[in-house]
Every structure is written in C-alpha cells, then in structure tokens.
Design a protein around this ligand. Structure first.
Ligand code: URA
Length: 252
C-alpha cells in the first residue's frame, strides 16, 4: 500500500476552514468539493491512458486519452457522496458505482446496506471516496468488496486519516492488490468514540446537516461536530436490514 499525503498550502488552508466547527454546511460542502478536486489530481497520476492519433488544425499528432475499460469512481455512502462531483470533475468519463456502508457506533461493525457496482471489476481502476479513514474498517470492507469482484488497482481518496486506520487498511490489504491512499492530512489519533482527533467531527452530518435514519436508535455524541437539535432521526426509521433488502440487489 502506498500513502500519499498532500503537501500544499492551498490544501492546508481549505482543510483548516473545513475543520472549524463554525463553518456552515454549505461552505463545508464547497470546501470538500474543492479539496477533492485537488486530491484527484494526485490520485489520478497513474490513471491508464492509451495513445490516440488526432489531427490538430496544424498537424497530425499522437496524444493520450483515458483507456478502456473506463475507471470507476465509488463513493461510500453517505459522506463519500459529498466527494463525487469534485472527483468526476477531473474524470468526467469515469463510471460511478455506489457502496452504502455504515459503522454501527456501538459495535463499530460495518454494515453494507446498498451497492450498485458491476459484478466484474477486473482490469478496472477503482477510486473509492470516503472523507474519513478513521478505524479503517469501512475502507477495509469497501476494498474487500472490490477485490471480491476482481479489482486489483484501487485508490482510496480521503480528506483525513488516522494512523490507526492507515495501519488497519495496510494490514488487511497485505499484498493482495495495488492500493494507493491519497489524503489531505494524517491526524494524531482516534478518540474513544473512534472520531479522528483533531479531525473535523462527523463528516456526513457536517456535509448534510441531518442525522441519517440509522442514527435513530440512540442519540450520538458527535466527536466535536456541531450537534443536530432538529429531532431528525430520533424516532424509529427503517432498520438497516429493511434498507438492504429494499435497495440492494447486486448490480441493480
Ligand atoms: N467518521 C467521521 O465522520 N468522523 C470521524 O472523525 C471519524 C469517522
């Protein structure tokens, strides 16, 4: 596994504003979008290209265009969705698949509640989007999912990582595949609730400003993120099992 930590003053500046608990959702979304576009530049450094003959108005030449099969971008729902546009801005011809995964805040187990991916990912370059590489469990589950479908070339694009998550991912991948991890920064550690410290709080809540329906079982501590006092998600919503059976049917 190769780790690339972005080292650029613009990224550091945007990240600082992103971390600030006073930054409102709309600005947060905009900054995530901008940061991902900057990270995408690094993440796509080894995207496969093929020689393509063209004619300019002046002369014939041979250029480079993205190879087939097209790369696939896989945001991990829900927070990874906030990174999709920033990534596809640089890779507009990429295909987009989705993986719905969430961490149970009590057991820290990962549930897959939805997916929309091709069955065969062999030969495809895959870009997994998840803003927070915290425990690493979601990213391990997501990359396993891709490996099971034949992917060998996976790049994980994250805004922040914790050292614990990086180690967990590295140990889980072993030498099974060629995996790159591109992050804007590696923070100090995880706290007792598995939030990244200093981090930026709950990325999904800060992006969308609402609590997802799974959070209904118990109000959560948000690891320093602004709290949601609206009451959303506090009464019982659909269980993960119901969502899984309603919306997941392999390659639908
Ligand atoms: N997920 C988040 O959204 N934030 C963290 O700090 C860790 C996991």
């Amino acid at each position: 596994m190769r780790l690339h930590v972005a080292n650029h003053p613009l990224i550091a500046h945007k990240l600082t504003v992103l971390r600030d608990r006073q930054t409102p959702s709309a600005t947060f979304r905009q900054l995530v979008d901008e940061l991902v576009t900057l990270l995408a530049y690094e993440a796509t450094r080894e995207v496969a290209v093929s020689e393509t003959p063209i004619e300019t108005p002046v002369a014939p030449t041979v250029g480079l265009t993205l190879s087939e099969p097209r790369p696939i971008v896989v945001p991990v729902l829900r927070a990874g969705l906030g990174m999709l546009e920033g990534m596809t801005r640089l890779l507009p011809t990429a295909e987009v698949g989705f993986l719905g995964m969430r961490r149970d805040d009590d057991t820290l187990e990962i549930e897959t509640y939805a997916n929309r991916l091709p069955d065969d990912l062999s030969g495809r370059q895959c870009f997994v989007l998840d803003p927070m590489l915290a425990t690493g469990h979601t990213m391990v589950a997501a990359t396993n999912y891709l490996f099971e479908r034949g992917a060998k070339d996976v790049t994980c694009v994250c805004i922040l990582a914790a050292p614990e998550g990086i180690s967990t991912l590295e140990a889980a991948i072993g030498d099974r595949a060629d995996v790159n991890v591109v992050v804007a920064a590696v923070d100090e550690r995880l706290n007792e609730k598995s939030y990244i410290v200093p981090g930026l709080g709950d990325a999904g809540d800060r992006l969308y400003g609402i609590v997802d329906c799974f959070a209904s079982r118990a109000p959560r501590s948000r690891g320093g993120a602004p709290t949601n006092d609206s009451g959303w998600g506090k009464d019982s919503g659909p269980s993960p099992t119901r969502i899984f059976s309603a919306s997941t049917s392999g390659n639908n």
